[in-house]
Design a binder for this molecule. Structure first.
Ligand code: PLZ
Length: 455
């Protein structure tokens, strides 16, 4: 089965017709009933983008409990890149479930853990000797990257960027830029975290053409004067910023930062949790500018929907911590490892980096057309299947989160699952499963066009 043809069936998992179909209003009666139960039983802090409950999902669609079939432009926040219940993921995870579910990698290890680490060494940028640790979530991966960098350098400071997002645990809240909803009320936060400017071309005061150079100069100046390069353990950056608004740093900025890190013995950490594993048209977004990070954090797309995350990096850095210093009960769970091997197999077999580029070639020109037609679109950006539009008050760059919420709601009502993002809440992002058919992509864009028209 080819991922590029407009198949009516999915590339694996449940045989779901690959079409949008609305049989009730959104949300339907069954979803409304479940939402009442959710409200009664689940903590209010756990939100829902769409008030519909999922029953099945596969290929480019999510089917709800009322039988509505939604076009999926979210992939469960950039996770199901290989599609939901991808054949190889289900096959390998099922086989593992029948063998054993857990022994704990720190008690009696198993081959699949090692195999995932071997794959990570092969797939992440650079041909130096690499090692990995497996954990459960993206936040936990970032925490471990910081622990490892601190141990290796014997330094404490961690430098992060405006608009950065790295998780919701205490340390990663400190690393995350945006207050609401991630940090508000949850302090105090971990110390020794310093935030520096991001080269955000659309909003750079000196203009997009000067953005890379000016932003890099400010970063170097701030680290040098305010933190001290000699006190800095790590610089942690997303090669394309996810929750900050799908910001693609101005070309040249990241290489300059990586060079500064190298000159001063600072561990350069690429957080590829959202941008990694084929999403941007390459295995890792760092490759676009030839970056070779010292450490790479991965999660989301790595295991086709099962919880798994990793830190991968230079063997001498990864080996710094004492034996027993890193770990966790469930890290690298065998079922999640089997799923990851199935997901990686699928990415290779279907050449999902190429497929992500193909998706970008459909999305980006059509979004540019929409921008010409709808002045509310201030910027179109992204790479591969990680693209977005930023909405502003026409004729200005003033963020318009209200219009953004309206557009998303109108898309949802028509059966298109889109997510919003961004520091200003004014970005609509597109993160389809990489196995989605071209017809669904076009139909989704038609719905978006209509939603913008009826603003
Ligand atoms: N680093 C770059 O994108 C997770 C957050 C969803 P976890 N992004 C989705 C939400 O609102 O909680 C993310 C990321 C980058 C780290 C993380 C954290 O990964 O698996 O959610 O812990």
């Amino acid at each position: 089965m080819s991922a590029t043809s407009d198949t009516t069936e999915t590339t694996g998992g449940p045989s779901l017709p690959q079409r949008r179909r609305l049989v009730t209003e959104i949300p339907g009666p069954r979803s409304r009933e479940l939402m009442a139960r959710k409200t009664a039983a689940v903590a209010a802090g756990v939100g829902s983008v769409m008030p519909v409950f999922a029953r099945r999902a596969g290929g480019g669609v999510v089917e709800d409990v009322d039988g509505n079939s939604l076009i999926d432009f979210g992939s469960g926040i950039a996770v199901t890149s290989v599609g939901n219940s991808a054949e190889a993921v289900v096959r390998r995870a099922t086989a593992q479930l029948e063998q054993f579910t857990h022994t704990c990698a720190m008690v009696t290890p198993y081959e699949s853990y090692v195999e995932v680490c071997e794959e990570l060494a092969r797939l992440t940028p650079g041909d130096h000797r690499k090692k990995s640790i497996l954990v459960n979530s993206g936040a936990e991966a970032v925490e471990n990257a910081v622990k490892i960098a601190r141990y290796h350098t014997r330094r404490q400071a961690v430098v992060v960027f405006d608009h950065g997002y790295h998780g919701r645990t205490n340390l990663t809240m400190a690393l995350t830029a945006k207050n609401m909803p991630y940090k508000h009320g949850f302090g105090p936060f971990a110390p020794e975290v310093y935030r520096v400017p991001m080269a955000y071309p659309y909003r750079w005061p000196g203009g997009a053409e000067n953005c890379a150079e000016e932003a890099a100069a400010q970063v170097v100046e701030q680290i040098t004067r305010q933190v001290g390069a000699e006190n800095t353990a790590a610089i942690v950056v997303e090669p394309i910023l996810g929750e900050g608004g799908f910001i693609v740093p101005a070309r040249g900025f990241l290489p300059r930062i990586a060079e500064f890190a190298r000159e001063h013995g600072i561990v350069f950490v690429a957080d590829e949790i959202q941008s990694g594993f084929c999403r941007t048209g390459q295995w890792f977004a760092s490759e676009d500018e030839g970056l070779v990070p010292d450490l790479v954090t991965t999660a989301k797309g790595i295991a086709g929907g099962l919880p798994l995350a990793a830190v991968t990096g230079r063997a001498e850095i990864m080996d710094a911590a004492h034996s027993g210093g890193l770990g966790g009960t469930y890290g690298g769970n065998p079922v999640a490892c089997a799923a990851a091997l199935g997901a990686i197999e699928t990415m290779r077999e279907l050449d999902l980096p190429a497929r992500a580029r193909h998706i970008g070639e459909i999305l980006l020109p059509r979004l540019a057309e929409l921008a010409a037609k709808h002045p509310v679109i201030g910027d179109v950006r992204g790479r591969g299947a990680m693209v977005a539009v930023e909405l502003v008050r026409p004729g200005t760059k003033e963020p318009d989160p209200a219009a953004t919420a309206k557009v998303a709601a109108a898309c949802h009502a028509e059966g298109l699952l889109v997510l919003t993002t961004g520091t200003y809440g004014n970005v609509v992002r597109f993160l389809p499963p990489l196995v989605i058919g071209d017809d669904l992509l076009h139909e989704g864009l038609d719905i978006l066009d209509h939603a913008l028209t009826t603003l």
